[in-house]
Design a binder for this molecule. Sequence first.
Ligand code: HEC
Length: 102
Amino acid sequence: MKSIVIAIVVIACTGSVPAMANPDLAHKKNCMACHAIGEKVIGPAYKDVAAKYAGQPDAPARLAQKVMKGGTGVWGVAVMPANPQVSEAEAKQLVHWILSLK
Ligand code: HEC
């Protein structure tokens, strides 16, 4: 009985989760080297980013560009380097995930 339940749960999970969830993408693209969800590392905590841009309709597009090209001056003097390993679609996906954090 127990194994049947586990099998159903596994099927349900693998069926509904996209090939790569966004936290995995953030790890794979090295974002988490400088960022954490709940605390500042070198870059701002992703939750702080989400709070700062809440309710700003143009934020996702702007932030996706910034993720790709890098930049500085918004959160302090630290610089985010350009992330050429991230495509525009991936940048949008990552920003969408970041802005959904609470
Ligand atoms: C080498 C360290 C480093 C890496 C790697 C890095 N970041 Fe950053 N990130 C920063 C710093 C520093 C800032 C703050 C820049 C500023 O103050 O303008 C920042 C800012 C941001 C912001 C907020 C931008 C703003 O204008 O408010 C987002 C969103 C972000 N990073 C996402 C990402 C994503 C997604 C990745 C992975 C593709 C990534 N970062 C990789 C250091 C990094």
